[in-house]
Design a protein around this ligand. Structure first.
Ligand SMILES: [Zn+2]
Length: 302
């Protein structure tokens, strides 16, 4: 079987190759890395590339990585399931959308899944919503209010007219992009002069990531870069944005969902989960910071 070739990556902030210090070695044998290992969402848990930290800016990135085209194929064929938590996720994302200043004309979500957040944006009064999503399965599950406005694609020049959007959003997407430096100029082009970019993704500087180290679920082969509020700010500033606000995300989760994250022996956890599943207590909603950051940026003035 053909083996996957790994390519060196460069820091999207400093534009340097190498000049970085290893944080974790890859936890798989690159010699035995073939497309079957990498097949859609059947990855063994916790598989990750070699991770390095840029000596100059501190950004953590995967290096080397497989070809971006392979990653695109993986996402095109990935299945899509938010399960029972979709209501809570929608409420969490919606809360950060409601922090945005500026007009409520047109909104674009990049990596919109089945469009559940776009329905939330319509409910919050946005006049027009658009979504881009590479997974065919996700787009096919979109509701009738948003389906005609979803493009099964990745964001690329020509998909939308310049200056089209008051708001552009990415939820748990930005750290998956193979080349964030290529996407940011296009986002800037698509924003209206007063438009805002809203990002929500993992925070490598969060207490949970520091505590768990390599065992953190964010140390994963799907993440090309892992940002902190500082490195995400440097990157956005490099591409002509100005960060307005950033902070820790408080996610709404059911007690049943949170119990899955507890470090308990398998048998005990299974008993707890099945009890919570059948009991109203399991549906209790808690608001907790789980190591994500949110950030709002706009076009830099002057
Ligand atoms: Zn750097």
């Amino acid at each position: 079987m053909k083996l996957v070739e790994l390519h060196p990556t460069h820091c999207p902030i400093c534009d340097t190759e190498g000049k970085a210090t290893e944080v974790y070695p890859a936890n798989f044998d690159p010699q035995a890395f073939n497309p079957a290992v990498f097949s859609a969402r059947r990855l063994p848990d916790r598989l990750h590339y070699r991770l390095v930290r840029c000596d100059r800016c501190g950004l953590v990135r995967s290096d080397p990585v497989a070809d971006a085209r392979m990653l695109a194929q993986l996402y095109a064929h990935s299945s899509f399931d938010y399960g029972e938590e979709v209501t809570n996720i929608r409420r969490t994302y919606g809360r950060y959308l409601s922090h945005l200043r500026g007009g409520k004309g047109a909104l674009l979500e990049i990596g919109c899944g089945n469009g559940f957040f776009l329905e939330e944006a319509l409910d919050q009064g946005y006049a027009e919503v658009w979504g881009v999503e590479p997974s065919e399965s996700a787009v096919s599950q979109a509701g009738p209010r948003v389906r005609p406005h979803l493009r099964c694609d990745i964001l690329r020049p020509g998909l939308f007219d310049p200056g089209s959007f008051d708001a552009i959003c990415m939820f748990q997407v930005f750290d998956h992009l193979p080349d964030p430096a290529a996407l940011l100029p296009e986002i800037l082009r698509l924003l209206k002069p007063e438009g805002r970019l809203l990002l929500l993704n993992h925070n490598i500087a969060a207490w949970s990531a520091r505590l768990l180290g390599e065992k953190s679920p964010i140390i994963d082969i799907e993440h090309t870069c892992l940002y902190s509020p500082a490195t995400l700010g440097y990157l956005l500033e490099r591409f002509g944005f100005q960060v307005e606000r950033t902070g820790a995300v408080f996610n709404d989760y059911s007690l049943h969902y949170l119990a899955r994250l507890l470090p308990l022996p398998a048998g005990a956890k299974q008993r707890l989960l099945s009890w919570l599943h059948g009991h109203p207590v399991g549906r209790l909603c808690l608001r907790v910071p789980l190591g994500n950051l949110w950030l709002v940026a706009r076009r830099r003035e002057g």
